[in-house]
Design a binder for this molecule. Structure first.
Ligand SMILES: [Mn+2]
Length: 286
């Protein structure tokens, strides 16, 4: 037996050595909306530890990990400075990357001001728009989900300002102690402005990301899975072509939900949350 290798039966009477951890890894994990920096069911620091425990759990069998936006309740990278805090998560991401596990990140509407730190420090590519990927023969359409679909007009206007290089340059020249204070305030106000009824399932006709997926299907874009965050509600919905599914990753303020693709099936799961429920039209509630 070679060190670090495992002997497995590949067919009757035929044994082969599988060497290196990579051959064992087959699962792809997706999570979004940790919103670190704000307290919820747990304090932000406790939740950060929880996210690290989750990464410890999934990393050994992860082929790749996708962090699909709003990791932070607010994040802004200055040219030479990043916001204080989050050292556990950042350290854990460094550890995971140094172990050779690919991690992909997306900006969300709360942390779209990422300007190269994740790429340079961790080797984590950061995507600003949805991407399409093929993983073990299945097609994935992955994005945070902000500003997509028919509604959210106010945010779409704001986003134009947020992503504009001039306003970003201007903000970067406000002293961080003041700039981040203003940003935290407006981030909390925008969250508080979401009425409780919008946090619940709005029905097939009113879920704007679901409408977005169905519209893509009408346009002939029919991936096996649409994966979004942003909605803060775990959803697993079979779309109108009867084949593609829309998964919403939920969030970690309360649900602690994530998705895992084992190479054949994609499932929503909950971490340290026994009561987790998925909105689904397959009749099953997990
Ligand atoms: Mn969010």
């Amino acid at each position: 037996m070679y060190e670090g290798c495992e002997q497995r039966q590949v067919s009757v009477g035929k044994l082969e050595y599988f060497c290196g951890v990579n051959t064992m890894r087959k699962k792809t994990f997706f999570a979004s909306d940790f919103h670190l920096g704000v307290d919820a069911r747990l304090t932000s620091t406790e939740r950060e530890r929880q996210v690290c425990r989750w990464l410890d759990l999934v990393a050994p069998e992860a082929e790749a990990i996708y962090l699909v936006g709003d990791m932070f309740d607010f994040w802004f990278e200055y040219k030479t400075v990043i916001p204080k805090g989050y050292s556990r998560l950042l350290g854990k991401l460094a550890e995971v990357r140094d172990a050779g596990i690919p991690v992909y990140a997306f900006t969300g509407n709360h942390d779209l001001w990422m300007f190269g730190y994740f790429e340079q420090e961790f080797g984590i590519p950061v995507y600003r728009k949805p991407i399409q990927r093929e993983i073990h023969g299945k097609t994935f359409f992955i994005g945070h989900g902000d500003g997509l679909g028919p509604n959210d007009l106010g945010y779409k206007r704001m986003k134009k300002v947020f992503v504009h290089p001039f306003s970003q340059w201007l903000f970067s020249w406000i002293h961080p102690d003041l700039g981040i204070r203003i940003a935290n305030f407006s981030s909390q106000t925008s969250r508080a402005a979401t009425p409780p009824e919008e946090r619940a399932w709005l029905g097939e006709e009113n879920e704007w990301l679901l409408q977005y997926c169905n519209r893509k299907i009408e346009l002939g874009i029919e991936p096996d899975y649409f994966i979004f965050g942003h909605r803060h509600l775990p959803i697993d919905w079979l779309l109108k072509n009867g084949r593609s599914r829309y998964l919403n990753l939920g969030e970690w303020l309360h649900h602690c939900s994530y998705a895992v693709f084992d190479g054949e099936t994609l499932d929503l799961r909950f971490f340290e949350n026994e009561k987790g429920e998925v909105c689904s039209n397959s009749g099953s509630r997990q």
